[in-house]
Design a protein around this ligand. Sequence first.
Ligand code: RTP
Ligand code: MG
Length: 140
Amino acid sequence: MAIERTFSMIKPDATRRNLTGAITKMLEDAGLQVIASRRVWMSRREAEGFYAVHKDRPFFGELVESMSAGPTVIQVLQGENAIAKNREIMGATNPTQAAEGTIRKTHALSIGENSVHGSDAPETAAVEIAYWFSETEIVG
Ligand code: RTP
Ligand code: MG
């Protein structure tokens, strides 16, 4: 199995409820290693840039609003099959459809305030990591 890197965010709804440690523990317990981490309060412009692929979706305004409403913890995770593994631990986008034991089933409030983000493919992982981190900040 390939060692991969993926980009993860602990969203404002979760940092607001002091869940940074609890969520990071779920990631680490699943075998993912945090090789970069920073707390940021993103601007609307940064949120719009990061989520540009969703700009024509009806929920875009709400998404940008919630992501710039408070601090986010951005992380690079490394491990075997890290991209798929992280998506599995996160659970379905809508927490009502997320499996037992997943981060979203355990902690998310709604589809909009769903506590975490994770890259969905190697190409998006590379773009998303580079959007927030320089190579020197990533210590594998
Ligand atoms: P993510 O990108 O955040 O890891 O989650 P995802 O792939 O499961 O979901 P995606 O379709 O990429 O959507 C990005 C984020 O937009 C919000 N969303 N709101 N109100 C809605 O119908 C709706 N749909 C999506 C969610 O917060 C989702 O994580
Ligand atoms: Mg997505």
